[in-house]
Write a protein that binds this ligand. Structure first.
Ligand code: SAH
Ligand code: SF4
Ligand code: F3S
Length: 474
């Protein structure tokens, strides 16, 4: 009999990919996806610990299942991902009806653990070793990589996929929990990466986004030969069917010239670089232990602009880090104004137990101050994003069509009707336009006639439009 799985995913691209892998793995054991909790036999939460709010949301969602589980004791509830690794037994303490706690390094064990719980063993937990609980090799081994099991139905779209090239992180920024939940940095074997990319291409995938916490620090050494991200991009570019390559997230200090040159020289590489600065103040950067000064960041930014003048550069910022003064914040504000990022993700500092930051620095910036700084920076970034979008007015962009827009999904469409579609440019800009549903999955030219800070609006460039434009020019 088919069993049904309901899975809810929060957090970053790592979690989106992990969920895809777990679903693919469970499908092999006869599972299908459930549309809702009621028809599910197994309910999995793939969780994030990066900010307290993300954890609170998961615990609230679990709280809402308390009476549900009482009514349906046969349903298996599992918590996987970063919060499972960080909180471990605490998950059972806070939600005693949870059956399964599985860290991100142990996902391959989920199918067996579900079977054990179903057979009546009681709650099961599988987590990786803590960062002080063994030799580096032992800890690394306990954060296993998953086999390339890919499931196109679980992706944001079937023709776009994430591909992990690096597990874990060794940077230990003082605010960040990721090195604890994802373990030591490990580059994956390039042979595995290329094999997985070929599988994706065979499944009809056109765009691959390579992921890692500091993806440009990627390194793999074997038989005296070291492979870096630029080498991977060259090899991946040779795969037929793959038309676009992106990679996130970049660490400012590891942005080498050979990588920038690869992005410039390889037509399949998207001119899009996410390189979080986190703060514009050297005192804050030092307390964050980011490993660079703002002068280093500027130098790196200058090299990006020199090699890739048109590239879209995006950043992350944390406001209200312990001890952040108005002057520190102003320096961050000035950096955003100077670099004119295409977009910035701005976060209010959230103290994470288990990090050096939580040990060393009291979370002393009041919530109102964090909130005000957040809003001020957001407002500046939105203004910049809008101005930046303006230059696309009247331009033609290449769009990979992702599917119906949110509006079109709500309203639906009749057979043969044009619908509102959405897609992305190579530099990761969202484009909305009307078109035939059959365009989904294709890369097509779109002429832009209107813009908002984060969206370009356009019309599909057909031969008639081109002819009309040529006629107008005379
Ligand atoms: N590996 C990536 C980012 C991982 S987390 C990098 O190094 O850039 C994504 C973003 O969340 C970070 O860039 C940071 O801006 C934010 N973040 C991480 N820990 C946080 C915390 N404790 N409070 C608020 N924001 C945080
Ligand atoms: Fe966290 Fe810093 Fe590693 Fe990014 S580089 S995952 S912010 S510790
Ligand atoms: Fe969250 Fe883990 Fe990603 S903490 S941001 S899901 S690596």
């Amino acid at each position: 009999m088919t069993k049904r799985l309901f899975i809810e995913t929060v957090g970053c691209q790592m979690n989106v990919l992990d969920s895809e892998m777990v679903v693919a793995d469970l499908r092999k054991r006869g599972y299908e996806l459930a549309r809702g909790l009621d028809e599910a036999d197994v309910i999995l939460f793939n969780t994030c610990s990066v900010r307290e709010q993300a954890e609170n949301k998961t615990y609230s969602a679990l709280g809402r299942l308390r009476s549900f589980k009482r009514e349906h004791p046969e349903k298996i509830i599992g918590v996987m991902g970063c919060m499972a690794q960080k909180d471990q037994k605490l998950v059972f303490d806070r939600a005693p009806y949870v059956d399964l706690v599985v860290g991100p390094g142990q996902l391959a064990r989920i199918p067996d653990l579900i079977e054990q719980v179903a057979a009546g063993t009681g709650p099961q937990m599988a987590v990786s070793l803590g960062r002080r609980d063994g030799s580096v090799q032992e800890i690394k081994r306990s954060h296993e990589t998953f086999d390339p099991l890919r499931d196109p139905t679980m992706r944001p779209t079937p023709f776009q996929a994430y591909l992990r090239i690096q597990i874990g992180c060794d940077k230990f920024c003082t605010y960040c929990i990721v090195p604890m939940t994802r373990g030591p940095e490990q580059g994956r074997d390039p042979e595995q990466i290329l094999a997985e990319a070929r599988v994706l291409a065979d499944q009809g995938c056109k765009e691959i986004t390579l992921i890692g916490q500091t993806v440009n620090s990627y390194k793999f050494t074997s038989g005296g030969r070291t492979t870096r991200l630029a080498d991977l991009l060259y090899s991946l570019s040779d795969i037929d069917g793959i038309e676009r390559l992106k990679f996130v997230t970049n660490y400012p200090k590891d942005m080498t010239d050979d990588l920038l040159a690869a992005v410039r020289d390889l037509p399949k590489c998207s001119p899009y670089l996410h390189v979080p600065a986190q703060s514009g103040s050297n005192t804050v950067l030092a307390r964050m232990k980011r490993g660079y000064t703002i002068e280093d960041y500027r130098e790196m930014f200058g090299r990006i602009r020199a090699t890739l003048p048109e590239a879209a550069v995006t950043s992350d910022f944390i406001v209200g880090f312990p001890g952040e003064t108005e002057e520190d914040f102003r320096l961050t504000y000035d950096l955003v104004a100077e670099c004119r990022f295409k977009n910035s993700f701005i976060f209010k500092y959230s103290e994470r137990p288990g990090t050096r930051g939580a040990e060393l620095y009291p979370d002393d910036i009041p919530y109102e101050v964090k909130n005000r700084r957040n809003n001020e920076l957001l407002e500046l970034q939105n203004r910049i994003s809008e101005q930046d979008s303006q230059r696309f007015l009247g331009q033609r962009v290449e769009v990979l069509v992702e599917g119906a827009s949110e509006r079109a999904k709500r309203t639906g469409a009749d057979e043969g009707e044009l619908i509102q579609l959405t897609g992305r440019t190579p530099d990761d800009r969202i484009v909305v336009f009307d078109g035939q549903p059959r365009l989904v999955g294709q890369i097509i030219p779109v002429a832009i006639y209107d813009v908002s800070p984060h969206t370009l609006f356009g019309a599909v460039v057909t031969q008639e439009v081109t002819m009309a434009a040529l006629a107008a020019i005379g």
